[in-house]
Design a protein around this ligand. Structure first.
Ligand SMILES: Cc1cc2nc3c(=O)[nH]c(=O)nc-3n(C[C@H](O)[C@H](O)[C@H](O)COP(=O)(O)OP(=O)(O)OC[C@H]3O[C@@H](n4cnc5c(N)ncnc54)[C@H](O)[C@@H]3O)c2cc1C
Length: 466
């Protein structure tokens, strides 16, 4: 972690926010388009979704000279990368935020847009809750890593594994001590945000094989927000990006695809659905999708996650020699880390898996109080003297249904990713979930967007050559 020097601090956090606000007026909204002609908007490629997948694909396709239109349901871009502004205007990430040197596309995007990157603070003691004897936490994590390697090395062509959930596979590892198995379950809930009883083992093993970082995945953050990078990309698309414009229906013919939004139709020669699989299955397709595509979309369940940003006047934990990292063993799937950068001081608490589902049913004030009291128990009284707290509950989110990622829970659909990646004529599917590297991460979304753009560009080239 210390091998990489801290980048010099930059001028302030507000640049991106102002930049984005300014550019919002450049994007079209459906109400602006309402008064225009009722003729469909025509384009070469329509992209549904302005998350990192859609924004990357749109940027690449535009570079290739194609006429694109991006339709985004929310009133902002970034999708599962989202900013929250505190009272004084300082913005924090309420969605995707961290990356590391191995995630080369995120690093390169930050360079392209001149967004400084800082190393996150991780030096100092890690706290376990309830406390563990000295050295035990490290010993447990080494064993969990070993188990993770065993999972990744499993022969997925072996028919014996195809019907296993993650919990089923874990039960078969009879040499694994109970405390290691419990820590593994905790990791699955914390990272994949569903219970090991639900997740397909073959999916998890295949997914984890593609998460190849050598450096810690919480290594870096943008000095500002990750959302600023989404706003930077969006600014390059101008009025071909239409926000506040959910697509509800898709009608395909061999020549074109027509997208229905509340106000206008959009007709394109090719369409990219840059939305998570669960959101794609909510669309109405005409003619209906072939059964194997419906099955491939039905195979997924949304992760369940919450993210708290808790702001402090100073990083008090560092004075006590603590890293700010807290791992809770009970309930499972909760951890805290230091997300301070520049003049901003704060901790983040992630809640993933069934616990997020349970807390989703409780009043937000009650959960905030519970989180603060857990932090006080872990880090001392000063943890209760925060200046602001923000909770982003992603469970049942209207435009992603959850976070951090959809995961495959239907054991009968081992080919769900492959089917979606095949596409269907002039209809293409892409999302971080379907990425060959770092699926479920911002890096994965950028890679997925680039691959989709390449495929669509080739489709146009092939048509021109005919
Ligand atoms: C709390 C949280 C923490 C995370 N932490 C990290 C992290 O630290 N590091 C990391 O790398 N990743 C993290 N992730 C994951 C990362 O944010 C996602 O993998 C990535 O942003 C997904 O990008 P995407 O473009 O594939 O999908 P999305 O971001 O979901 O984009 C899809 C877009 O489609 C839009 N849409 C959906 N349906 C429709 C419709 N019918 N019509 C029009 N538009 C539609 C959505 O509004 C959305 O904007 C986190 C995610 C969350 C939520």
């Amino acid at each position: 972690m210390t091998a990489c020097p801290r980048n010099p601090p930059h001028g302030g956090f507000f640049i991106g926010a102002v930049h984005f606000q300014k550019n919002l007026s450049v994007f079209a909204t459906m109400s602006q388009l309402e008064n225009q002609t009722e003729e469909p908007i025509e384009c070469d490629v329509a992209i549904v979704g302005a998350g990192f997948t859609g924004l990357t694909a749109a940027t690449e396709l535009k570079k290739a000279g194609l006429d694109i239109v991006v339709l985004e349901a929310r009133d902002t871009v970034g999708g599962r990368v989202e900013a929250h502004a505190f009272a004084d205007g300082i913005e924090v990430d309420a969605g995707g935020q961290f990356f590391c040197r191995d995630m080369v596309h995120v690093v390169s995007l930050a360079e392209t847009y001149g967004r400084p990157v800082v190393m996150s603070h991780a030096t100092g003691e890690v706290i376990s809750q309830p406390p563990l004897p000295k050295g035990k936490a490290e010993e447990l994590w080494e064993s969990v890593d070993g188990l993770r390697d065993r999972m990744i090395a499993t022969d997925l062509a072996d028919p014996a594994v195809s019907n296993l959930t993650v919990a089923g596979w874990l039960q078969e590892q009879t040499d694994v001590p109970d405390d290691v198995a419990q820590s593994f379950r905790r990791m699955v809930k914390g990272l994949w945000c569903r219970s090991p009883e639900e997740i397909s083992f073959a999916y998890l093993a295949s997914n984890d094989r593609r998460v190849t970082n050598k450096y810690p995945e919480l290594e870096m953050i943008i000095d500002g927000t990750m959302h600023m990078l989404a706003a930077d990309m969006a600014a390059g698309l101008g009025d071909r990006l239409i926000i506040g414009s959910p697509v509800t229906a898709i009608t395909t013919s061999p020549e074109s695809v027509t997208l229905t939004t509340q106000k206008r139709l959009v007709r394109a020669r090719q369409v990219l659905l840059a939305v998570p699989p669960i959101m794609a299955r909510r669309l109405s397709f005409s003619p209906a999708l072939p059964d194997r595509f419906t099955r491939a979309l039905d195979a997924w369940s949304a992760g369940m996650a919450m993210k708290f940003n808790i702001r402090y006047a100073e990083p008090f934990w560092r004075k006590q020699g603590l890293s700010g990292l807290v791992m809770w063993r009970d309930p499972q799937g909760i951890f805290a880390c230091d997300a301070s950068h520049g003049d901003y001081c704060g901790l983040i608490i992630f809640v993933g898996g069934p616990q997020a589902g349970i807390w989703h049913e409780r009043p937000a004030d009650e959960i905030r109080r519970e989180i603060v009291s857990r932090l006080v128990a872990a880090l001392g009284e000063e943890a209760g003297r925060f200046t602001e707290i923000h909770l982003r509950d992603w469970v049942d989110d209207p435009w992603s249904d959850g976070a951090y990622s959809d995961v495959i829970t239907d054991l009968g659909s081992p080919d769900a990713e492959a089917v979606l990646l095949e596409g269907l004529g002039n209809l293409h599917f892409a999302a971080s979930e379907l990425s060959p590297s770092f699926p479920g991460y911002v890096e994965g979304a950028i890679v997925a967007g680039k691959i989709a753009a390449e495929k669509i560009t080739h489709a146009f080239q092939a048509k021109t050559e005919r």
